[in-house]
Write a protein that binds this ligand. Sequence first.
Ligand code: B1M
Length: 222
Amino acid sequence: MTDKMGIACLEELKKAIETGQPKYTERLVLQALEESIRPSRILNEALIPAIHSVGDYYRSDETDIPQILLSARCMRIGLDLLEPQLERWGRHYQGKIILGTVEGDLHDIGKNLVAVMMRSVGFKVLDLGVDVLPEQFIDALQSNPEVNIVCISCLLTPSIVELRTTVQAIRQVKSLSHIKIMVGGGAISEAIAQKMGAVYTGSAIEAADRAKELAREMGEKA
Ligand code: B1M
């Protein structure tokens, strides 16, 4: 396959996600894989730019919520197809992380991307889903003592309060004092994260890289 054909397929896939066509999205992802386009390229050159354009259209009132939900479904389909392929490209096992979207917040596209990127670099991921209460994070951490990192996604400004409560609740549990708490999502900035005593990253790729560094640092200390 020539690179031009690959680019055409990725362009078409991006459009299919932006215009919310789940069946066509599935077909194009499978086609891209059959054409031996690298899964990381499909993710970085079609899926991620598509969902960012959808966000831009939403901000400028060029799309509505049903349309966004269709694009979100396309994203889910694409990520589900790519994930096993990305995992195969992942290097050696890095450990296990716990991940979830903060209480009150139902956004999961960014969180799912974080899960995919974490798996692709070699982490096992326990995904607690969306609208996760502080006690659910704590229960999961206590039931999985091998976990050293928890990642929390937050897209809604009003949910920053719940995020702070969650971080404080985890910090108050003595047996979890070694846990590294990573936060991210559109409502969070470096300054907000620092004030909470959490580690901030702006993207799923950065989150996976930072988690790898943290895992290495903790491994060295142990
Ligand atoms: Co909502 N929404 N939404 N929404 N939505 C936003 C977030 C908003 C910014 C839109 C806007 O007004 N401009 C706004 C929040 C404003 C604010 O508080 N700051 C908003 C609002 C207000 C709402 C509702 C309240 C709307 C309403 O009902 N009136 C409602 C809330 C429901 C709730 O959660 N309780 C709501 C609902 C929805 C839908 C259901 C329609 C849908 C969600 C579908 C789904 O997730 N399954 C939706 C969507 C799609 C969006 C936008 C358009 C896109 C979000 C997205 O998926 N972006 C968004 C506008 C925008 O962002 N431009 C908007 C793509 C995704 C890849 O980016 O999640 O930022 P993101 O993830 C990035 C990084 O942030 C980072 O990695 C990812 C990629 O590299 N990252 C992490 C994310 N989590 C991380 C965790 C980490 C590290 C990095 O941990 C270590």
